[in-house]
Design a protein around this ligand. Structure first.
Ligand SMILES: Nc1ncnc2c1ncn2[C@@H]1O[C@H](COP(=O)(O)OP(=O)(O)OP(=O)(O)O)[C@@H](O)[C@H]1O
Length: 216
């Protein structure tokens, strides 16, 4: 029987899609799965919420459980990438601690931070037609989600189909400049692997102040 090579592989790329609810992250992630040449995984936080058992919880317990779900999600992404997998992350940076936690965990040179933009009018139209998201959810997230201000690449899904956005990202990957957005954001947020991963990270200190934004 052949023994598999278990020496530490090179870290895989993390294509980090950040945008409000209804901005088109999941659709873009799905298009990327078909567009990128190498095997890759789409890890959406929604899948982790679906895996959780359906217990009745007090508001405090729910808040703590949601926080653990998000933090577990970040660590699952880091683990998949550490094993050499290309990972597409579908994320809403609607609370500052979420970005801090990711900055603490992910190798900054391996993250491609993608801003997924969409006009407020189109976001409202999509919410209306979906019917499974509270109206105004996306509008309420807009300012915070993009507050860090830096991306490696941005896509505007208002008038551009997911397949075209995926093609633009694929074209960008081999010529992405350094320092990456994550490399630039680490010092700004006073975070980074090394101090964060071992000690629990700034995000853990922030967690005491975490909001109750919940599942989104
Ligand atoms: N590029 C696009 N052009 C037109 N419609 C789109 C585009 N991308 C997504 N949509 C539509 O917008 C709605 C939301 O898309 P999607 O689920 O991909 O967004 P999301 O950002 O993952 O949302 P959420 O975070 O709420 O799950 C869907 O009805 C989808 O068909």
């Amino acid at each position: 029987m052949t023994v598999p090579d278990l020496t530490a592989p090179e870290s895989g790329l993390i294509v980090f899609l950040n945008g409000t609810s209804s901005s088109g992250k999941s659709s873009l992630a799905e298009a990327l799965l078909h567009t990128l040449d190498e095997p890759c995984f789409h890890l959406p936080v929604d899948a982790f919420h679906r895996m959780r058992s359906r217990h009745e919880l007090t508001p405090d317990a729910l808040r703590a459980t949601l926080l653990r779900t998000w933090r577990g999600f970040h660590r699952a992404v880091a683990g998949m990438a550490a094993a050499g997998n290309t990972v597409i992350v579908d994320h809403v940076l609607s609370e500052p601690w979420r970005l801090r936690d990711c900055l603490d965990l992910f190798p900054p040179e391996d993250v491609v931070l993608v801003g997924v933009r969409c006009s407020p009018e189109e976001l409202a139209r999509r919410e209306q037609s979906r019917g499974d998201r509270p109206l105004g959810l996306a509008a309420g997230q807009l300012a915070q989600v993009h507050a860090h201000g830096i991306y490696d690449i941005e896509c505007d899904t208002t008038d551009t189909p997911p397949e075209e956005c995926a093609r633009q990202i694929k074209e960008f990957l081999p010529r992405r400049p350094t320092p990456t957005a994550f490399e630039r954001l680490g010092p700004v947020y006073g975070t980074g692997r090394g101090d964060g991963a071992e000690q629990g990270g700034t995000a853990v200190r922030d967690a005491a102040r975490v909001g109750t934004e919940g599942r989104r």
